[in-house]
Design a protein around this ligand. Structure first.
Ligand code: 5CA
Ligand code: ZN
Length: 432
């Protein structure tokens, strides 16, 4: 798929530190990449309806900070993202609103691209739709069936009397668990560390179908959905016509463009289970390898204290703010004012503070240089880089810059203002 245009990233005079980030699987902060000259990143993309809300934006800005940290440290970064352009929630929304699912996906993906561009998010090297990946997915699912790691379930009649055909294919979570390696490369709970008691309700809430008759285990995840009347479908070879399940889409796209294991799998906390759990299980079934070396997850963004979600309808859309004339740099700064691992809420006050901040920064950072003594600017540049290298601590970086700005406004030494501005643009992605 088409991506979006890349922002300008100024070249800095020296290289930045290698970042350390909290791995939510290991539950500790680790330096990454380990022992490599390049880094690879897969960030789960949107399901294109109701995009881009502030939660999405915060998640993509977070991984953009990681990408920028790697670039600053001198790494080559391979970055891949998907678009879930066919899945149940998209089809349901299209039906409710009376538009075709293709048109809805295209319109929302376009909006997402323009929002990412406005927010200075570096585009992925490969931006791949689920609908583009079906031909790559089918052979993997066929092989999982041959290897005894997936099975075809029989049809059934649901509670509403709707008949479902034979041929849905499920991933066998018990058969697929790794018993060959020490430490194991996958088992149910490997990524999320959740107990099965915790997984139960999350699986049902987040697209799983624990009650579906004919499954070997309630946690078995859908790999291929046999064609139903009125649903889009693709040629599935020996699987028959149908469409892919959600998790296998990301696994196959990541495997194809990054190989396994790649450095970081990223997304919001809501993807820890089942999505990243099952994706890692599919990856092990396909390749006997781990999917990713590290898992990084962002906190959930709400509105005025409530979880922001499509179902609640309390969405703050980046495009709406932009239409109202809000400066995208202020939106980005509002996101950066919160640590990516905390859950936080969007408020008007946060936006007001961010608008005041960008104005103060512009006053100081774009003024003419006044002194050659660069101790003051060197110190703030080091503080910004160190804060971001220590678990992407953007609030700490913002605080260091605010202090420097106040001191300069109070008549203190500025040093090389232009280099500070370049660091702000390169590392925080904020246009001055
Ligand atoms: N298409 C799948 C991933 S393959 C999906 O989850 N799409 S999404 O549109 O629902 O979400 C896109 C990304 O935004 C995911 O990484 C998700 O974890 C993140 N996200 C969704 N809601 C929020 C929120 N309220 N706060 C923070 N991140 C969120
Ligand atoms: Zn995904």
């Amino acid at each position: 798929m088409r991506t979006w245009s890349a922002p300008h990233i100024p070249d800095l005079q020296t290289a930045g530190p290698v970042p350390s980030v909290f791995d939510s699987r290991l539950h500790e902060i680790v330096k990454l990449p380990e022992d490599r000259e390049s880094a690879s990143l897969y960030v789960c993309g949107i399901t294109p309806y109701d995009a881009t809300h502030m939660g999405h934006a915060a998640t993509y800005v977070t991984f953009d900070l990681l990408n920028r940290a790697w670039i600053d440290a001198g790494y080559d970064v391979s970055f891949v993202q998907n678009v879930t352009d066919v899945d149940d929630p998209l089809l349901e929304r299209a039906e409710q609103t009376g538009v075709s699912w293709e048109a809805l996906a295209e319109e929302q993906t376009d909006l997402f691209r323009s929002d990412m561009e406005a927010l200075n998010v570096i585009p992925p090297n490969h931006y791949i739709g689920a609908t583009e990946s079906v031909d790559w997915i089918v052979p993997w699912v066929e092989r999982m069936i041959e290897d005894g790691l997936a099975y075809r379930a029989s049809g059934y009649t649901d509670d509403d009397g709707v008949e479902h055909p034979d041929g849905d294919v499920y991933f066998d979570v018990r058969a697929a668990a790794d018993t060959e390696h020490e430490p194991a490369r996958w088992y149910l709970g490997y990524v999320s560390n959740y107990s099965e008691r915790e997984m139960g309700p999350l699986f049902a809430e987040r697209g799983g179908d624990p009650e579906r008759p004919g499954k070997k285990d309630p946690f078995d995840a859908l790999l291929w959905r046999a064609h139903r009347e009125g649903e889009p479908s693709w040629d599935g070879g020996s699987l028959g016509p149908g469409r892919p399940g959600w998790h296998i889409e990301c696994t196959v796209i990541a495997e194809r463009f990054l190989g396994m294991p790649y450095t970081v799998q990223g997304g919001g906390n809501d993807l820890r289970f089942p999505h990243h759990e099952m994706g890692a299980g599919h990856a092990y079934a396909m390749s006997k390898n781990r999917m990713a070396e590290h898992y990084v997850h962002t906190g959930m963004v709400g509105l005025d204290g409530e979880k922001m979600s499509k179902s609640k309808g309390n969405l703050v859309l980046v495009s709406r703010l932009r239409e109202r004339g809000v400066d995208p740099s202020a939106i980005r700064l509002a996101i950066l004012a919160n640590h990516y691992r905390t859950d936080w809420s969007w408020t008007q006050e946060l936006l007001d503070e961010s608008e005041a901040r960008i104005q103060a920064w512009r006053r100081v950072m774009t003024a003419d240089p006044t002194d050659d003594d660069t101790r003051s600017s060197d110190a703030v540049i080091t503080a910004v880089r160190q804060a971001l290298a220590q678990d992407l601590d953007a609030p700490k970086a913002l605080h260091a810059l605010d202090e420097w700005v106040s001191q300069v406004e109070a008549g203190g030494p500025a040093g090389d203002r232009r280099e500070v501005a370049r660091v702000v643009e390169a590392r925080l992605g904020v246009t001055l």
